[in-house]
Design a protein around this ligand. Structure first.
Ligand SMILES: Nc1ncnc2c1ncn2[C@@H]1O[C@H](COP(=O)(O)OP(=O)(O)OP(=O)(O)O)[C@@H](O)[C@H]1O
Ligand SMILES: [Mg+2]
Length: 500
């Protein structure tokens, strides 16, 4: 090879790291990338500690995983420590050989990793301010001696509390968290609120580890001593959650398992529970696929543009389990917060959706059927044919029949035109979206007492002239509109003025 044709171009560490800081991590996704490493190292206890520290906040993630030797730790500090093309163990949550560094430095300017393996402790750090001040553009990582750890108050106290007496484990510490630091009082609130978001995020993305009945898989995570509780986005513990048929398909020899759920309708659970499972952004926003890579939720609430998010499907959430062997197809991003399925998978998922939508609809239509059967003389007739549902004004309603008797043929035609106009103008879209969105708030206008009394009088006089038994008539009144919808008031009126 002709060496003169090539020039060595080592990236400038200060420029490159500064740019990598902004690839889009949030504090939630950054903490999760570190926790991924702990779980991959078979840790079953993970402690997250943090402190505002008078405007210079820090955060540490401590695990009891298998830890790293000195050589392993140094290698792990390398940007690009493993190739995305390398084959990973089945339970490895990593892919790029970047997460620990990029996630940490997205939130702080000084990261320290201390690890113990076979009773030996080693420490390493990347400090952006040191890198910026060094004259040469080398990628030299700093090795920490036991004294260095003792000299730094935060490192010393965490090390002594958690790692000193363990055979193995690791600590990742974020010092100088410049995204949050500051002397204004509100900044402390911003920091604490962000950590509440972190908590909720971890409770959801690791819910299958937090609640795993298999002791080997079960992971305990605590934040400043407070244990996290699993948040299962499918609310599977509630019997009202409908578990639809599981489906499986194979892609390049790897199995993908799909489990659709329909979450409980608001009438089936308490208001608190309904709101809790709505999640940030609500049911409409959170419908869709929930993709789990090695049991860890990586992306949620999207139909991957296969269908649109609709009110009708807002209770449908579909669990999709993918193995890490399909990473190259799914376009998993460095932050593990994005993935997009290849065309072959989209095709399979489309078929899954086609089957579920029908079941999701049934949740609503069942309620419709029930309402209909309670009224003998409705105002609106529900008509279902060829998969289409329409509502028509009941031409046989007593009031209409009676009115028509008093009208000339010409006026009857005018009335029919008016009825057809009202039916044609029924606001289907807005009504549907209101009912599906906040059905508890959709109300029929109430007829005032005097008006109802008048209508009742008219109804009785029409039917009495037909020689009806008064008990039978009362029963019929209560099953006819508008009296059925104003039952209490109608009963009161009938008591005050019984049918003679
Ligand atoms: N808590 C830990 N315990 C043991 N080993 C760890 C721990 N954290 C990191 N490592 C080691 O350091 C390596 C680098 O971690 P890093 O997160 O940077 O990349 P990755 O996990 O391989 O891939 P990704 O960029 O997708 O996260 C890991 O592959 C692992 O070998
Ligand atoms: Mg990682």
């Amino acid at each position: 090879m002709d060496d003169t044709k090539f020039r060595e171009l080592t990236p400038s560490p200060d420029c490159l790291i500064e740019s990598l800081r902004d690839i889009g991590y949030t504090i939630e996704t950054a903490v999760a990338d570190i926790v991924d490493n702990s779980i991959a190292a078979e840790a079953y206890t993970i402690d997250i500690r943090f402190a505002w520290n008078e405007g210079c906040p820090w955060l540490a993630i401590i695990d009891n995983g298998w830890g790293m030797s000195e050589d392993e730790l140094i290698e792990s500090m390398r940007f690009g420590s493993k190739s995305p093309l390398a084959t990973r163990s089945k339970s490895d949550l990593g892919r790029f050989g970047l997460g620990m560094k990029t996630a940490s430095l997205s939130q702080c300017r000084h990261m320290v990793v201390i690890s113990r393996k076979d009773g030996q402790t080693t420490g390493c750090s990347w400090d952006l301010d040191r890198i910026q001040n060094q004259q040469d553009k080398s990628w030299r990582v700093e090795l920490l001696s036991p004294e260095d750890i003792q000299d730094q108050e935060t490192l010393k106290s965490i090390f002594e509390e958690y790692l000193k007496d363990r055979d193995s484990g690791s600590i990742v510490v974020w010092l100088n968290m410049d995204r949050f630091s500051g002397s204004e009082p509100f900044q402390e609130n911003v920091f604490n609120t962000a950590l509440i978001d972190v908590r909720h995020h971890l409770e959801e993305i690791y819910h299958r580890f937090l609640a795993s009945p298999v002791p080997r898989r079960n992971v305990r995570i605590a934040m400043n001593g407070d244990e996290l509780t699993a948040f299962d986005p499918f609310n599977t513990k509630n019997l009202a959650t409908i578990e639809l048929q599981k489906q499986r398909f194979s892609i390049e020899g790897s199995r993908v398992v799909v489990q659709p759920y329909v979450l409980p309708h608001h009438t089936k659970v308490s208001k608190e529970e309904y709101v809790r499972y709505a999640g940030t952004g609500g049911y409409l926003h959170n419908q869709g696929f929930y993709i789990y890579r090695n049991s860890r939720l990586i992306i949620k609430g999207t139909w991957f543009r296969i269908i649109k998010k609709e009110e009708l499907n807002k209770l449908i959430r579909v669990k999709v389990d993918i193995p890490n062997t399909l990473d190259h197809l799914w376009k998993i991003d460095v932050k593990k917060s994005g993935a997009y399925p290849p065309e072959s998978v989209r095709k399979e998922l489309k078929q899954v959706i086609d089957k579920i939508e029908i079941s999701g609809r049934r949740v609503y239509s069942q309620r419709g059927i029930k309402l209909r059967s309670e009224t003998r003389m409705p105002i609106w007739n529900r008509k279902a044919s060829h998969g289409e549902i329409t509502y028509e004004i009941n031409r046989d309603h007593t009031f209409l029949v009676n009115l028509k008797k008093t009208l000339s043929a010409e006026n009857i035609e005018l009335l029919d035109n008016l009825l057809a106009t009202i039916e044609g103008g029924f606001p289907v879209e807005s009504f549907f979206s209101d009912v599906a969105g906040r059905s508890e708030q959709v109300k029929k206008p109430q007829i005032p007492r005097e008006k109802l009394a008048m209508l009742l009088g008219e109804f009785i006089s029409i039917w009495q002239s037909k020689d009806n038994d008064s008990l039978e008539l009362e029963e019929m009144i209560l099953q006819s509109e508008p009296f059925a919808s104003h039952r209490e008031l109608t009963e009161q009126l009938l008591k005050e003025k019984p049918i003679s």
